[in-house]
Design a protein. Structure first.
Length: 145
């Protein structure tokens, strides 16, 4: 079963689950923070490189980054991992204009960088970040003494 970690728009977010959801007010506080960040990001983001929403979720073996990029050709998408960040750059061409979109998200250290894959289908980019074996949950047997 997949578990949503965080929906982010349009700021950089960590793939590490938040510990803030322990109090009944944490979800509200988190949502208010996200709304303020979104409002302020419009002023701080450069006009030439608008950002887009990404969904971050995980299962037992992988963490996933999902981005909706309708109208973008597969050849106009670049995905890179550098210094603990996953960066997605995309260019949407419309008539004689081109719009560049970009987004960077921090990634956990427990990712097998050499096994990261990306797939683009029907306007949706999905980047799969396999977890290292030691980062995967494992069942521990309880013995009877």
């Amino acid at each position: 079963m997949n578990r949503i970690i965080r929906y982010t728009y349009p700021r950089t977010a960590s793939l590490v689950p938040s510990l803030a959801n322990r109090s009944p007010w944490a979800a509200l506080e988190s949502e208010v923070d996200r709304l303020f960040d979104n409002a302020l990001a419009d002023f701080a983001a450069p006009a030439h490189a608008p950002r887009f929403a990404v969904d971050l979720y995980e299962d037992q073996d992988n963490t996933y980054v999902r981005a909706e990029l309708p109208g973008v050709n597969r050849d106009d998408i670049s995905v890179e991992m550098v210094d603990g960040f996953l960066t997605i750059n995309a260019t949407r061409k419309h008539k004689e204009e081109a719009f560049t979109l970009n987004r960077s998200v921090s990634i956990p250290e427990a990712v097998q960088a050499d096994k990261v894959t990306a797939a683009y289908e029907n306007g949706v980019l999905t980047v799969t970040l396999p977890k290292q074996e030691q980062a995967k949950p494992r069942k521990i047997n309880v013995s009877v003494n």
